[in-house]
Design a binder for this molecule. Sequence first.
Ligand code: OOG
Ligand code: NI
Length: 271
Amino acid sequence: MENQALLNLLWKDYVRYTPSAEKIHNFLKRLGEENICNDHVAFRTFDHPKVNIDQIAKIFKLSGYEEKGEYHFEEKKLRAKHYEHRFQKDAPKIFISELKLDYFSDWLKNVIYNCIDKIPHGIIESNSLVFSGRTWGTISHNIYEKLRDESEYCAWLYVYGFCANHFTIDINKLRNIQDLNVFNDLLEENGFKLNESGGKIKGDRESYLEQSSILADMQIIEFAEASFRVPSCYYEFAKRYPDASGNLYQGFIAKSADKIFESTDLVLQMN
Ligand code: OOG
Ligand code: NI
């Protein structure tokens, strides 16, 4: 699949789960920002060989991406890699993280192995895993809550499966707004809630990357027991600065990413 077609498909699913993203998009357009570019698109998965980072990355590699950086998150028991397009310089970067299942309880591992077992083979073989959503049928709210005790990230994946977790506006490419503080204020004035874990802005000029994000939208999800509101996806904003080479830094910062992950935590919605 051509890269832009794939990104369009992912965006269409993403805005269904994340109405705030489309609202922010339209709001910026009304402010005269016709050209809204993505810095990166992020995906989540498990480190199981059937669905791990390499499996998710396959479709992007086929469309011209190559592996660049690797990141570790000890406390959250996650690992991530980022990919850049070989020659389409304005293509968004791809950020893929995976949960290290061996560090969790046997109960959690069994729940997740059962889900993975139910993913149809054809989905993996045809490289459509990345936009396949949840293919393990009915989910239980009891299990969701128990997974949350061990990992909010795991509970999120159990509900949503495979999809774009977030798109990220490239602040450097906006026409009028260049300052992330100004951008954040504008969002808050218009009723959007920011993820304040670790401060509204993660990172700084010295680390060459500033990031902020809204809290994930809430979606009504049908569980076996009843329907409940569950955090879905969020929108992120990134401003990059030139590094020692004089070019805009293209990597990610583990310390900042660690806090960005929390944008889908149910506990943050309750504050
Ligand atoms: C990814 C969080 C990290 C970034 O840009 O540092 C991240 C996630 O929530 O899956 O996106
Ligand atoms: Ni991100």
